[in-house]
Design a binder for this molecule. Structure first.
Ligand code: SAH
Length: 245
C-alpha cells in the first residue's frame, strides 16, 4: 500500500534537499517522488545527498504544476511549518499516516511539501484536504525539508506495521536445549567430583544453577569454554585423589 503514497516536493530550491528527501523516503520504504518545478534538477548534489537512494531519485517524476503532480490522487496532505490563518482541517503526522494508509487501500495519496524559504502558498494549500503540521517548538517550528519528510515517512511506515526484520537465520552459534542438558549433567558430575555437591541432595543447587544459566544464552564458544573448564576441573580432582580413578 505504501506504493500508492507519493511525496510531492514543490519548488525546492536546494538540490541537496531533494536528494536528502529521497534518502529519507527510502529508509522508510517509500519510493514515489514527484517534483514540481525544482529550481535545479537533475543535479549532482541531489544524487550525492541521496546516497544509496539514487534509485528513488532516478524514478522521480518532474512536473511543471502541482495539478500534474497530484493527478489521480484522492487524498492530499499539505505539510506546513506554520499554522495558517485560514481555517483548514489540521492533522499531525500520526493522524495523517492513519488516514493515508486507509485511503491507500483504494486510492492514491499525496504528501505535499513546500519551498525552503516560503513553504506552500495558500492557493497550493487549498488543493489539499488536510494541513499537516509536525508539532514543534512554537518559536522555531520550521524543520529542514528532508527532516520533515523523514518524520512523516516514519509515521506512514509505522502505521503500516514495522517492516519485518530479515529472517533470522538459524544461528550456528546457538546452543540447543539438548546441549544445555549435557552441560548440566557435566556440571553436576564435576560438582560431585570436587565434593561441592552432596550426591544425596543435589536438587536445590542444580535448580539455582539452571536459573543462573537460563538468564543468559550461551553461544557455542562460551559453551565450549565452560565444558573445557569442567573437563580440566575433573582431571585435577582425579589427580588430587589418586584413589578415585
Ligand atoms: N519558512 C517556511 C518553512 C519551509 S520548510 C514556512 O514558513 O513555511 C520546508 C517545508 O518543510 C515546508 O513547506 C513544509 O512542507 C515542511 N515542514 C517544515 N517544518 C514543518 C513542520 N513543523 N510541520 C509540517 N511541515 C513542515
Amino acid at each position: 500500500m505504501l506504493s500508492r503514497i507519493r511525496v510531492v516536493l514543490v519548488g525546492t530550491t536546494h538540490p541537496g534537499n531533494i536528494g536528502a528527501a529521497a534518502r529519507a523516503m527510502k529508509t522508510m520504504c517509500l519510493s514515489r517522488l514527484h517534483l514540481v518545478s525544482p529550481e535545479k534538477y537533475p543535479c549532482a548534489e541531489a544524487t550525492a545527498r541521496a546516497s544509496g537512494a539514487d534509485d528513488v531519485l532516478a524514478q522521480a517524476q518532474v512536473h511543471d504544476s502541482l495539478d500534474a503532480a497530484l493527478a489521480g490522487c484522492s487524498l492530499v496532505f499539505g505539510a506546513s511549518a506554520r499554522r495558517r490563518t485560514i481555517q483548514w482541517p489540521e492533522v499531525d503526522p500520526r493522524e495523517c499516516a492513519a488516514l493515508a494508509l486507509a485511503e491507500s487501500a483504494t486510492g492514491e495519496v499525496a504528501l505535499v511539501f513546500g519551498r525552503e524559504h516560503s513553504g506552500l502558498t495558500n492557493a497550493e494549500l487549498e488543493r489539499c484536504h488536510y494541513l499537516l503540521h509536525i508539532p514543534s517548538n512554537p518559536d522555531y517550528s520550521s524543520l529542514n525539508l528532508a527532516a520533515a519528510v523523514q518524520v512523516i515517512a516514519y509515521e506512514v511506515m509505522m502505521a503500516g506495521g514495522r517492516p519485518a526484520a530479515p529472517a533470522a537465520e538459524e544461528s550456528p552459534d546457538r546452543v540447543t536445549a539438548a546441549e544445555m542438558e549435557k552441560f548440566y549433567e557435566h556440571l553436576q558430575q564435576t560438582l560431585f567430583d570436587i565434593a561441592f555437591l552432596d550426591p544425596a541432595n543435589p536438587r536445590q543447587l542444580m535448580r539455582r544453577l539452571r536459573r543462573l544459566f537460563n538468564r543468559i544464552q550461551l553461544d557455542r564458544n562460551e559453551y565450549n569454554i565452560l565444558r573445557g573448564i569442567l573437563t580440566e576441573t575433573q582431571k585435577s580432582a582425579r589427580i588430587e585423589e589418586p584413589s578415585n580413578p
